[in-house]
Design a protein around this ligand. Structure first.
Ligand SMILES: CCCCCCCCCCCCCCCCCCCCCCCCCCCC(=O)SCCNC(=O)CCNC(=O)[C@H](O)C(C)(C)COP(=O)(O)OP(=O)(O)OC[C@H]1O[C@@H](n2cnc3c(N)ncnc32)[C@H](O)[C@@H]1OP(=O)(O)O
Ligand SMILES: NC(=O)C1=CN([C@@H]2O[C@H](COP(=O)(O)OP(=O)(O)OC[C@H]3O[C@@H](n4cnc5c(N)ncnc54)[C@H](OP(=O)(O)O)[C@@H]3O)[C@@H](O)[C@H]2O)C=CC1
Length: 515
């Protein structure tokens, strides 16, 4: 019997960010392994014209929850969606709901965040710092609370090269940043943002670092732990391989490469690609929840959920495997044949961006205009280039994360728990994982049918022929222009033509003799 699964039985659990990528995988695993838990409170905001209930039903209706419905048929009764907006005071939670939360919650998993790299500092501070502070305040009023688990990121200290499982101080105290956001106007914030974030690459990583300091400073007597996942990718094993439902991290680029838009990316092939499957993160999170509540460590423990030091893979190997998988599992209606490469300096990056990204987009938009349709490729390409420039920081560096606490926790688990809540990334086979990841992107993100693979392959063949035809035409035009202008080129041309003619005549003559 799994001790961790038994621990969550009968518990009331509060999850923020349950509608996000990690939150959904976390809820799924909780219900599947501890179907006898009492209730899962989720803080949800109405979105895109959907009510809270509609959002919950949409999640439960997805393929991700198929297994849960078998082991926990009344799962919908155990999810209590609470209307909340983490940007508002007291999260805009009604008095009755707040009372219920405060009096019943046993465990908190704080996953909500803005993960956009380019978010305005005010918004990023509000969600990643102030909301964390408010949640801690709520937690301090929960008499039954056993553990508060805060999800951060391994990149919260990406301004360092070697990162230990400790909370590092920030140059400016979070309280001062929170206060200043209240009275500074947007224009001034924009101006001072580069100075404030210093050597952090974006407002996301910076505010996640501030969030950790807040957790440490304002955690009081709570049992708290911080989890730092690296780049969260599709699921590795559970509930099935390859599940993913958003474009963050590598997923968006896998689509861009598979559809033939992405031709080059400025990345260092030997840099460590610190991906971590979402189910591995969730298993560690649930194990940490159990350990923190049961063992009550004296200080706030930080757990790195990374792959680089235990089972490293680099961007070169990952990129090649992604491309190899497209041969077997192509995406439908590709714009060009998938073929991308890494560039390593500014000049080649600019060159390939112009030749392989912008030029084809302009040509295609020209064709769309000619055929009376609305041009869209240049806009899409600009967006892709913007995304690439945001991700560049992370694919041209390697970090070392120590994992003592994570390894300590692994050794504390019973063999059964090590199996059910497996977060040992050493067992991960990267080639197999990446293949399943690409397959998952095709099935769950692009919603493409496997039955369409032969047609997709045919389409790629057609694109290859068009590519050869286009290159041949381009060569002939260039040659024709050269011949018209240069005597040397004309002489070379006549030499080649007469040589070919002689060779053909000789070949024909010898085959006639043989007959
Ligand atoms: C040796 C030689 C080998 C040669 C081999 C060659 C190999 C070739 C490559 C093959 C394939 C590539 C596979 C691997 C590539 C490496 C990928 C590396 C990724 C590394 C990521 C590292 C991140 C690490 C950070 C820390 C991790 C975390 O803690 S948090 C999670 C990370 N957060 C994010 O990823 C968020 C990033 N997104 C944003 O910040 C923003 O969305 C944006 C700035 C990128 C875009 O903002 P914008 O306002 O322009 O657009 P938005 O409104 O958000 O969306 C507009 C439309 O674009 C779609 N979208 C959104 N995000 C992405 C995305 N990441 N990629 C693509 N498209 C995206 C979005 O859905 C919108 O679409 P519409 O709704 O249709 O308009
Ligand atoms: N994805 C990754 O690669 C990594 C993520 N992390 C961390 O893991 C955690 C989860 O990330 P992930 O699941 O990928 O992120 P998502 O963007 O998928 O999910 C974010 C969640 O936060 C919720 N949220 C955002 N704003 C508000 C708000 N104002 N009020 C209420 N809820 C809100 C979202 O709700 P809604 O659905 O309404 O938008 C959503 O449920 C984050 O803390 C992130 O920093 C760490 C490392 C890597």
């Amino acid at each position: 019997m799994s001790m961790i699964a038994a621990f969550y039985g009968g518990k009331s659990i509060l999850i923020t960010g349950a509608t996000g990528f990690m939150g959904k995988v976390l809820m799924e695993k909780l219900f599947r392994t501890s179907p006898d838990l009492k209730v899962v409170y989720i803080l949800v905001r109405p979105k895109q014209g959907q009510t809270l209930q509609q959002r919950v039903f949409q999640i439960l209706d997805s393929k991700l929850f198929e297994k849960v419905k078998e082991v926990c048929p009344n799962v919908h009764e155990k999810i209590r969606a609470i209307s909340a907006d983490l940007n508002q005071n007291d999260f805009a939670i009604s008095k009755e709901d707040m009372k219920e939360l405060l009096s019943h919650t046993n465990i908190i998993f704080h996953c909500a965040a803005t993960v956009r790299f380019d978010d305005h500092l005010r918004h990023a501070v509000q969600l990643n710092v102030t909301a964390t502070q408010q949640l801690l305040l709520m937690a301090s009023q929960m008499p039954k609370l056993e553990a508060f688990i805060h999800i951060s990121t391994a990149f919260s200290n990406c301004n360092l090269k070697h990162i230990d499982e400790v909370v590092y101080p920030c140059p400016v105290e979070p309280k001062k940043i929170i206060d200043s956001m209240e009275w500074l106007d947007d224009a001034i914030i924009d101006e001072i943002t580069p100075k404030l974030i210093g050597d952090w690459p974006n407002t996301y990583t910076y505010t996640k670092a501030l969030g950790e300091v807040v957790v440490q400073q304002e955690g009081g007597n709570l049992n708290i732990a911080i989890i730092r996942p690296s780049i969260m990718g599709a699921t590795w094993q559970e509930p099935f391989p390859g599940w993913v439902d958003n474009l963050n991290g590598p997923s968006g680029l896998i689509i861009a490469a598979g559809k033939g838009f992405l031709r080059s990316i400025r990345a260092t092939p030997m840099a460590v690609a610190d991906l971590i499957p979402a189910d591995t993160v969730v298993n560690l999170t649930l194990a940490v929840g159990w350990y923190t509540a049961v063992h009550r460590p004296k200080s706030t423990l930080v757990y790195h959920c990374t792959s680089g030091n235990l089972n490293p893979c680099n961007w070169g190997k990952m990129g090649l495997q992604v491309l190899a998988t497209f041969e077997k599992i192509p995406f439908e209606r590709a714009f060009r044949r998938p073929n991308a490469d890494f560039t390593t300096n500014n000049i080649t990056t600019h060159y390939w961006n112009a030749v392989s990204h912008r030029a084809p987009a302009i040509i295609y938009d020209f064709y769309l205009r000619l055929t009376g349709r609305k041009p869209r490729m240049t806009k899409l390409m600009n967006r892709l280039l913007r995304t690439l420039s945001m991700l560049e920081y992370f694919v041209n560096r390697s970090w070392e994360w120590s994992t003592y606490n994570t390894e300590m926790l692994m050794s504390e688990l019973s063999p059964e728990d090590q199996r059910v809540f497996n977060f040992d990334v050493r067992q991960l086979n990267w080639l197999e994982y990446i293949e399943n990841y690409v397959l998952g992107v095709k099935k769950y993100l692009l919603k493409e049918d496997m039955a369409g693979i032969p047609e997709a392959k045919q389409h790629l063949k057609r694109l290859r022929n068009i590519h050869y035809l286009f290159n041949t035409a381009l060569f002939l035009i260039a040659w024709r222009l050269l011949i018209a202008r240069s005597q040397v080129a004309r002489n070379v041309w006549f030499f080649i033509v007469s040589f070919c003619y002689k060779f053909l005549s000789y070949f024909r003559a010898s085959s006639t003799l043989n007959v």
